[in-house]
Design a protein around this ligand. Structure first.
Ligand code: AMP
Length: 110
């Protein structure tokens, strides 16, 4: 998707501090963090949102939650409060599926 912000980050046309990258997923910090740790886990393939998911995305979703769990451990969140969240409908502002990993002190609602 030519004008999608997250596609531009994935194509390395826009800067982002990548914390993790695989063939299918990238992770970078949210530019406007809602918690001490606020990472975005983003599939490389442009999927608009949860309404566009189907059974063919099962492995991708498993990888996303594995990556979330690994990054939670790396950021010492495992024994504290942390959350993996997806916005949808009018709560979703970037129309490229992404999962928020939030932990530590919350500053505001996502
Ligand atoms: P959502 O409301 O779930 O669509 O969340 C989109 C998130 O993307 C927001 O928390 C924004 O702060 C974040 N965001 C938007 N542009 C960028 C960017 N260029 N780099 C990192 N995070 C971004």
């Amino acid at each position: 998707m030519e004008n999608c912000i997250f596609c531009k980050i994935i194509r390395k046309e826009m800067p982002a501090d990548l914390k993790y990258e695989s063939d299918t997923v990238v992770v970078f910090p949210d530019i406007n963090p809602s918690a001490d740790i606020h990472l975005l886990i983003v599939p490389k393939k442009h999927i608009g949102g949860i309404k566009d998911l189907n059974e063919s995305h099962g492995l991708l979703l498993a990888e996303i939650f594995q990556v979330a769990s690994k990054l939670a451990a790396e950021n010492n969140l495992e024994n504290g409060l942390y959350r993996v969240a997806v916005n949808a409908g009018k709560a979703q502002h970037v129309p490229h599926l992404h999962f928020h990993l939030l932990g530590g002190q919350w500053k505001k609602m996502i």
